[in-house]
Design a protein around this ligand. Structure first.
Ligand SMILES: CC(C)(COP(=O)(O)OP(=O)(O)OC[C@H]1O[C@@H](n2cnc3c(N)ncnc32)[C@H](O)[C@@H]1OP(=O)(O)O)[C@@H](O)C(=O)NCCC(=O)NCCS
Length: 152
């Protein structure tokens, strides 16, 4: 197993993992997921180019078996990080079913957290799936006061 940084050429893979992640979470119907995957490819490629999407891909025999991403967001200083002007959002955590429960997700998330720390980013957010929640809690994530409204 080897883990490497994602390049813009990996955008289709990142988008496919994103779609597979939401499919397992039963979020969105097939049409929405197909649209999401297609729209994610150019978005991901451009964010990787800008250095805003930091992705990592774990490969076994040159086949991608897991990946995760960290999106660097502009945010104003906040009491949780009074001098900070960035937050990081952990996303697209996905491990192929045949490679689960071997610590791949934990390794990728720890890599993302080390990168946030290296950049002195104190606040890392994410939206947890049921499957991901126990792992995130073990890594120190807590439920926050965030609310969300989705337009109809
Ligand atoms: C959730 C997911 C990323 C976990 O990947 P994984 O490589 O199997 O996870 P790991 O082997 O690194 O497990 C890490 C820890 O989480 C626990 N864990 C993993 N999957 C779990 C599950 N389904 N339910 C409860 N705990 C789980 C493990 O026991 C492990 O604990 P430990 O490190 O103390 O031993 C993977 O199941 C997946 O891709 N699911 C579909 C997509 C998804 O839900 N992604 C997360 C979006 S927020």
């Amino acid at each position: 197993m080897e883990t490497r940084a994602a390049t813009p050429e990996d955008a289709p893979l990142v988008a496919a993992h994103r779609r597979a992640m939401f499919a397992e979470m039963q979020a969105g119907d097939a049409a929405a997921l197909a649209t999401l995957e297609a729209a994610s490819i150019p978005w991901t490629a451009s964010k990787i180019r800008e250095g805003r999407y930091l992705g990592w891909i774990t490969e076994s025999d040159r086949q991608a078996v897991a990946s995760a991403g960290l999106l660097i967001l502009d945010m104003p200083p906040h009491p949780l990080d009074p001098e900070g002007v960035h937050r990081a959002h952990l996303l697209n955590v996905f491990v192929e079913p045949g490679h689960r429960h071997r610590g791949l997700a934990r390794e990728l998330i720890e890599l993302c957290l080390r990168e946030a720390e290296r950049r002195s980013i104190r606040v890392v957010t994410l939206n947890a799936s049921e499957a991901g929640r126990p792992l995130y809690e073990k890594l120190g994530f807590r439920v926050s006061n965030e609310m969300m409204r989705v337009a109809r």
